[in-house]
Design a protein around this ligand. Structure first.
Ligand code: SF4
Length: 943
């Protein structure tokens, strides 16, 4: 794909070389495109997860001339198609973004009001001096926790996220990326103690029944959708579960329509069918789940060892063994049953330590009672799916390797956790995880251990690496010695949980509550779950007073944020509540806002400083490694950074130097952070950079690769040199990160990857309270909510009592705002944001296709044209995300009708796995099924 005139212009300028090119016309440019001087490896290290597509990047006269898919990944498993060619429309035009007009090439300082669009160009030295001073002022006035950093994966592993350690060393706060982007899966976390099972994309080929559920991969998963089509050619059946007829639906064998947010009712009715017809996989259920554990009927709590004996464990649970007709301790690890045969039904007596007896029954029996409300006929009234369709699909899942190909949609519903728990129950009853071609999915990181090790290094080289790995091994071994039932995964998770109070990564929910005005929204009972028995404040107060969020609930109420540094984050687009919320409540508190990005964003427009980052192809970095792809993918610097732009790592080094320099000039190099920990700023730069040779990002990359080899996660002999030859290397092991170990399967060189095999094949315990996939949560609050087992609850009326449910999803080609302003991408859409609406609904409101609509509720409004389509059911409107707010009239997007609610129950803690650690259990904001009304804008000006 080319925009020849742009490239001609670029080539003719030849500014960096001081030469003039000899191109006579645009046709000549076209003819000469097959000539180049050099070829590099490239990828696009953005939030196109799982991405990792290897590209060849062609350079002529120092300019990136074009790119193409490399198609170089080798076949992994005999008989399974390879991943090639890997690529998408965004990647195919990336070089156009490199030279696009919205790139910022020089540091800028605001010269007018925030958002007024007036800027002055300043030097790096001026910009960093002023930012460093603002940071030092914040430390002096409010402590370092008033410095907030948030970055996404834009720029890859050496992009914004590499600023985290600098902020940590200052005692500042890094907001948890999971809380920010909300690609969390709370229901998976509640069930498995981890949110992120991930199969390799080629493993989907092994499935026999694929549910595309809360997902639209034809739109959003361009590089790997072919595995779904190929599985179908092989005989797999594909079921699309969605309210709308979307592009993935038309390639499915069945379209199961559900009303938005009613998926739990559908899944539970399938579960009921399976149980009623005796089709469940009893051995799997008894061993891998908590459904055989006994629950006391007097208080609906699990029967625990502390109930039956003095000094008994809080986390020792019981079965009723059908063979011995006695209560038996449920193994804590391994969880294999041996000679035990736990009962799933019946009521039994348990003798307590005080000599009294209580009646107990297995969770399964309670589940059977709960499911009485979910006959297919009754569920059909809720979700709209025909009862016979529910029965047919349920039966299919019992006989086929079933894969729930889920996206990041369910978790964005208020009761998405219940939907996900119900979906997990469906695959639990049918034994559909821990085997190839089965499971449910989310996203994950890990395996590139060198990156984690680097953050702990005090000097360069492999000896230091060995020291860190040995220290980590000793801590893991110590935990395993304390509790011999622990696996490496459980010990790594435990270690991560205990580090929270020392960590500087925090769930952003508390900052939003204290400092961004969300407290008022979250306390509006009419926008909340009507089954809430207390106010949000009361739940928050209890959660904090019980210490459930100790160490994580920061910045505290008395520490107002003063400096916000964002790299690729675009808060004013993405954070639910948008400008209505943030410019009103948050921005006025900030004395310094800094955006670091490759191009001007809406958040950049409202910042005080804009620091221009080098683009992909202008710096060395890596895509986010994931088991989905299982490769470390290199993206090289193919060309020099344009203008004054710099790779992010270089910017952080300069900032560290400047902080040290300014602190010395101000005579204040020592301070205590908000928790009383002492910090020194003399030597700050050396602490951050570790070794002067790491000033060069290429040397950091080299160290990361070498250290990953030492950790045993990349093949012996892998270096930056070998990566530069091949472009990628396949991981050989899960490595040391808890996120990665949670996949719980061997990485085999000749097999596709399916997670949770260690649980199923070896009986390794899960990181939950009960050490099993847990469907019964006997936490006080879950009992209070009536959510101890998965149930269906309706969407609260978030935003007010309005007739439409506003939903979203990724735009076509899965573009994020970084790509959405590109003319080529826009040509593949309508070229501007739009609201997809059913024609009947539109006609009732006097709206014709293309008319500008006003979408509003009690929280706010935004304007955009409607696109009429019968593919959307009446009562639903869809606004895909990714558009820049400034592409709307008045610069406001759908975030301005989203009050940014969180589900109160997700503040629960102090219970087994319901504890925070980075990227795990935390309240996240809701943006699906917001209530709105739609009216003809009639030229109305935006508010
Ligand atoms: Fe692949 Fe992402 Fe690049 Fe698209 S943008 S080609 S998905 S790496």
């Amino acid at each position: 794909m080319f925009t020849a005139s742009l490239s001609l212009e670029a080539l003719q300028s030849q500014a960096h070389k001081g030469e003039s090119a000899d191109y006579r016309s645009w046709e000549d440019v076209y003819r000469q495109q097959w000539r180049w001087d050099d070829v590099f490896w490239g990828s696009h290290c953005v939030a196109c997860y799982p991405g990792n597509c290897p590209f060849r990047v062609y350079v002529k006269d120092g300019l990136v001339w074009r790119e193409e898919q490399a198609g170089t990944y080798s076949t992994v498993e005999q008989g399974v198609p390879d991943m090639n060619p890997m690529g998408c429309q965004k990647g195919a035009m990336w070089s156009q973004m490199l030279y696009a007009k919205d790139r910022v090439l020089h540091p800028l300082k605001r010269a007018g009001e925030r958002g007024q669009g007036k800027w002055k160009r300043i030097s790096w030295d001026e910009a960093l001096s002023e930012i460093a001073d603002a940071m030092l002022d914040a430390i002096q006035d409010n402590g370092p926790e008033s410095i907030i950093h948030h970055s996404t994966s834009n720029g890859g592993l050496m992009g914004g996220i590499s600023l985290g350690p600098l902020i940590s060393k200052l005692g500042g706060l890094n907001t948890d990326i999971q809380g920010e982007i909300n690609d969390f899966a709370p229901g998976l976390y509640i069930t498995f103690g981890k949110y992120n099972p991930v199969s390799s994309v080629d493993d989907w080929f092994q499935s026999e029944l694929i549910f595309i559920w809360h997902r639209n991969p034809v739109y959003t998963a361009i590089p790997w959708y072919h595995f779904v089509a190929e599985a179908r050619y092989k005989g797999a059946e594909v079921v699309s579960v969605a309210p709308d007829v979307n592009p993935s639906t038309v390639h499915a064998d069945y379209h199961v329509t559900v009303r938005p947010g009613t998926d739990a009712a559908l899944a539970l009715a399938m579960c009921k069918t399976i149980i009623d017809e005796g089709l469940y996989d009893a051995p799997f259920v008894k061993e891998q789940t908590d459904l055989a554990l006994l629950v006391r009927l007097d208080n609906r709590r699990f029967l625990r060892a502390r109930d039956v004996q003095d000094g008994g464990r809080e986390d020792q649970f019981y079965f009723y063994d059908s063979k011995t007709k006695k209560l038996a301790e449920a193994p804590r690890g391994p969880i294999t049953l041996g000679k035990l045969d736990p009962a799933l039904e019946g009521t039994f007596k348990a003798k307590l330590k005080d000599g009294t007896s209580v009646k107990v029954t297995p969770v399964f029996a309670l589940l059977r009672q709960t499911l009485e409300d979910y006959t297919p006929e009754r569920a059909s009234q809720v979700c709209g799916t025909n009862p016979e369709v529910i029965r047919t699909l349920a039966r299919k899942t019992t006989s086929k390797k079933t894969n729930l190909l889920t996206g990041w949609n369910a978790g964005k519903y208020y009761h998405g956790d219940l939907m996900e728990r119900a979906m997990c129950l469906l695959i639990a009853l049918t034994g559909n995880w821990g085997k190839k071609g089965t499971g449910i999915r989310n996203w994950t990181v890990g395996m590139f251990d060198g990156q984690f090790i680097f953050g702990q290094k005090t000097k360069a080289g492999p000896e230091e690496t060995s020291r860190i790995l040995t220290m980590r091994d000793q801590m893991i071994q110590a935990l395993k010695m304390q509790d011999p039932t622990m696996t490496d995964e459980l010990a790594a998770v435990e270690l991560a949980r205990t580090m929270v109070s020392l960590d500087t990564t925090v769930p952003p929910a508390f900052m939003w509550y204290y400092h961004c005005g969300y407290r008022e929204n979250w306390n509006r009972s009419e926008w909340n779950d009507p089954t809430m028995k207390r106010t949000f404040d009361e739940y928050m107060e209890e959660a904090l007073s019980k210490g459930w969020w100790t160490g994580a609930a920061r910045p505290a109420e008395n520490v107002p944020p003063r400096v916000l540094i964002m790299c690729g984050g675009n808060y004013l687009r993405r954070l639910r509540g948008g400008q209505n919320q943030l410019l009103t409540h948050f921005w006025p508190k900030l004395k310094c806002t800094v955006t670091v990005d490759v191009r001007m964003s809406t958040t950049g427009l409202f910042s005080d400083y804009f620091l221009p980052a080098a683009h992909h192809y202008e710096k060395t970095t890596f895509h986010i490694p994931t088991q989905h792809i299982m490769q470390l993918t290199l993206s090289e610097a193919a060309t020099q950074p344009q203008g004054d732009t710099k790779p992010e790592w270089e910017i952080w080094c300069l900032l560290a130097q400047k902080i040290e320099e300014r602190a010395q000039a101000r005579g204040s190099t020592e301070y205590a952070d908000n928790r009383g920990q002492a910090h020194r700023l003399d030597g700050f730069y050396s602490q951050f950079v570790v070794d002067e040779r790491f000033r060069d990002p290429d040397n950091v990359a080299d160290e990361w690769v070498r250290d990953t080899v030492v950790a045993g996660t990349l093949p012996e002999g892998t270096t930056m040199e070998t990566l530069r030859q091949k472009g990628y290397a396949r991981f050989t092991d899960l490595g040391i990160a808890p996120y990665s170990l949670g996949q719980a399967s061997d990485v085999r060189p000749d097999e596709t990857f399916a997670p949770f095999r260690w649980h199923v094949e070896k009986g390794f315990p899960y990181p939950t309270l009960t050490r099993r996939a847990q469907f019964y949560i006997d936490h006080d609050w879950f009992l209070e909510a009536g959510e101890e087992l998965p149930v269906h609850k309706g969407n609260p009326k978030m935003g007010g009592d309005y007739p439409f449910l506003l939903t979203s999803g990724h735009n076509r080609w899965s573009i994020h705002s970084i790509n959405t302003t590109n003319p080529i991408m826009l040509e593949t859409h309508r070229g501007r944001p739009h609201l997809t609406m059913n024609p009947q609904d539109a006609a009732a409101r006097g709206l014709a296709d293309g008319d500008e609509a006003r979408v509003f509720n009690d929280f706010g409004e935004f304007l955009l044209p409607v696109k009429l389509s019968p593919s959307v059911m009446p009562g639903q409107v869809i606004c895909y995300n990714g558009w820049e707010p400034y592409m709307h009239r008045g610069w406001k997007d759908q975030a301005n009708v989203e009050p940014g609610m969180v589900k109160w129950l997700h503040l629960a803690g102090g219970y087994g796995h319901l504890k925070y650690w980075p990227m795990q259990w935390q309240p996240v904001q809701i943006d699906r099924s917001i209530r709105v009304e739609v009216a003809n804008a009639n030229g109305r000006k935006p508010r």
